[in-house]
Design a protein around this ligand. Structure first.
Ligand code: AMP
Length: 560
């Protein structure tokens, strides 16, 4: 029997309308960069409201329609976290197009590959990155319009290049869109690329429905605990899985949004959290390490910050127990660990202390260092080599699978088929993480099957570095592995076998060899020459063995 319930589609326009009608006066604060006294960019807070953001998002929607953008077309952003980016989050999907957020830290080759793959025709680009416009214009023929967010930098010859527009001027020359085009809740609303283990990045597309469901599931008390009285600071970039969905979650529930723009240093973040009464900041462990250093410094100097943080959300990489303990015991700040992926919107699990465990006990801290239990509507499972389900005993280690309504069922363009499998007739996504699950359902990441290194929350492909290194005349074999790093969590170490008779190239030479092809932060921290790299039965490098061999390794020569 069919239910009597209405079938109301879940659409992003309803998020925009909700923010506009119920939370019009709620603040959105963004740190903008202005020239500082020392010539370096200095932060200045710019204040606006959901009401103004919604009005401008609808003007953006009109401007895109006037530019001929069609439903389903991708509109790209290359931008930092700010109210303008939030306008794009709301305005682009509200006119039926797909918000394609691009990682600002990519090497230009990857950037251009992604823009061309997505066939972006309009690119909203932060003024900071305006120097990239000529390169993108030359190498990405799909882009017809560059819209610059923030004041346009002065052009040496005084004229604005063709196809380049000032965002504020552009949107304000259009009336807010009235009415919304017809859309299905399963239509794509957002698009994000993630690093492939081999080859080019792969994209997933989020739907209007998955965005709504993810927002509803993120907010409850045992999840990220987002409500109207909160002030939320997503330090996680808006190009990274929709800043963990927080801009949408906050707009749905009317939480104040605070954006740090290009700033991620401890002192700026601590001041911002104090000034804007931030209750929920969210970021990767590297960012929290910077904050911890600043909080420690200020306390020792006798000038502690006056913070009202309720929970520091940490994810993107494993949060060390020592970090969680340090925030709680030295500063009284509670850290909540979450796990997720680009493919999962991202929220998959949250580590919330059960009521029968004292959060300040050893058991409590040990649990908070795990990645937590599945978010409602998602399921987690671990499987062995033959896809057999492994016991949830906290010891059996297997490939972590996930399923749920905001977990991708495929990659854009049909890539990466190997990541999807069926168990008992149900579809699952293979995360590439290796985990245990204990009797309470707490998942704990143990390792990574995918050949990637996560440094400061961003991926580095070990395979790409290995292939490039093996192009060096002196290198016979190269295996790049992650070594633990106190600041960046992981950094690449290249382990090399040299061609017989070759002189050993030094660090500077190898880095210079790689530099033209990779972003600077991808370059290995160190190169170690060995007699042989361990290989398995199928001839593949045994990276796990190599990681074991180099456990505790400290690079002596570092990139400046
Ligand atoms: P991304 O798609 O860039 O968000 O990366 C997702 C991957 O980051 C996961 O598959 C994990 O390998 C890693 N990751 C995310 N959150 C955590 C966490 N809390 N602990 C350990 N690893 C994490």
């Amino acid at each position: 029997m069919h239910s009597t319930m209405m079938d109301v589609p879940m659409l992003i326009p309803a998020i925009l309308e909700r923010a506009r009608s119920l939370f019009a006066g709620r603040e959105v604060v963004s740190l903008l960069a202005v020239p500082g006294a020392d010539g370096k960019p200095a932060p200045r807070a710019y204040r606006t409201t959901y009401g103004q953001v919604a009005d401008r998002a609808l003007r953006l929607a009109s401007a895109l329609q006037a530019a001929g953008v069609q439903p389903g077309e991708r509109v790209a952003t290359l931008a930092v976290n700010s109210y303008r980016h939030l306008e794009a989050y709301l305005g682009i999907p509200s006119m039926g197009a797909v918000l394609h957020t691009i990682n600002i830290r990519l090497h230009p080759d990857q950037l251009c590959w992604i823009i061309s793959d997505a066939q972006d025709r309009v690119l909203l680009i932060e003024n900071l990155f305006a120097p990239l416009i000529p390169l993108i214009a030359a190498r990405c023929p799909s882009v017809q319009k560059f819209v610059v967010l923030g004041p346009l930098p002065p052009n040496p010859d005084g004229h604005r290049p063709d196809g380049v527009q000032d965002y504020d001027e552009w949107i304000m020359s259009h009336q807010p869109m009235s009415g919304y085009p017809d859309m299905q809740e399963t239509d794509a609303a957002g698009m994000c690329y993630t690093s492939g283990t081999t080859g080019n990045p792969k994209a997933v597309t989020y739907s209007h429905r998955s965005t709504w469901l993810h927002s509803l599931a993120s907010a409850p008390k045992d999840m990220l605990n987002v409500g109207q009285a909160d002030s939320v600071l997503p330090i996680v970039p808006m190009f990274h899985v929709n800043a963990w969905g927080l801009p949408y979650t906050c707009a749905v529930f009317g939480a104040k949004l605070v954006f740090a723009g290009m700033f991620a240093d401890g002192p700026t973040l601590a001041r911002l959290m104090q000034d804007e009464r931030v209750t929920i900041p969210a970021g990767v462990p590297t960012v929290w390490l910077n904050l911890l250093t600043e909080l420690d410094r200020a306390r020792e100097a006798g000038t502690p910050y006056d913070l009202c943080v309720e929970r520091l959300v940490v994810g993107g990489s494993a949060a060390p127990e020592a970090l969680i303990r340090a925030f709680r015991t030295r500063h009284g700040l509670k850290m909540t660990q979450a796990w997720g992926m680009t493919e999962t919107h991202p929220l998959g699990s949250v580590s919330t202390t059960p009521p029968d465990v004292d959060a300040l006990s050893d058991e409590g801290f040990a649990l908070s260092a795990k990645q937590g239990t599945a978010v409602p509507l998602t399921e987690l499972e671990i499987v062995g080599e033959a896809n057999e389900i492994l016991p949830h005993d906290g010891r059996s280690m297997g490939r972590l699978l996930i399923r749920g309504p905001w977990v991708t069922g495929s990659y854009y363009g049909g890539e990466g088929q190997g990541s999807f499998l069926s168990l008992g007739g149900l579809p699952w996504f293979d995360t590439g993480d290796i985990a245990t699950i204990d009797g309470r359902g707490f998942m704990h990441i143990q390792d990574r099957a995918k050949d990637l290194i996560k440094s400061g929350g961003e991926w580095i492909s070990s395979v790409d570095l290995e292939n490039a290194l093996m192009g060096h005349p002196a290198v016979l074999q190269a295996a790049v592995i992650a070594i633990a790093d106190p600041k960046w969590d992981e950094r690449p170490l290249a382990v090399l076998v040299l061609r017989p008779g070759s002189a050993s190239p030094d660090h500077t030479e190898l880095s210079a060899f790689l530099a033209p092809r990779f972003a600077r932060w991808w370059l290995p921290d160190a190169y170690e020459v060995v007699e042989a790299i361990p290989v398995g039965a199928t001839g593949k490098f045994l990276k796990r063995e190599l990681r074991e061999q180099f456990r505790g390794y400290v690079a002596t020569v570092r990139e400046p």
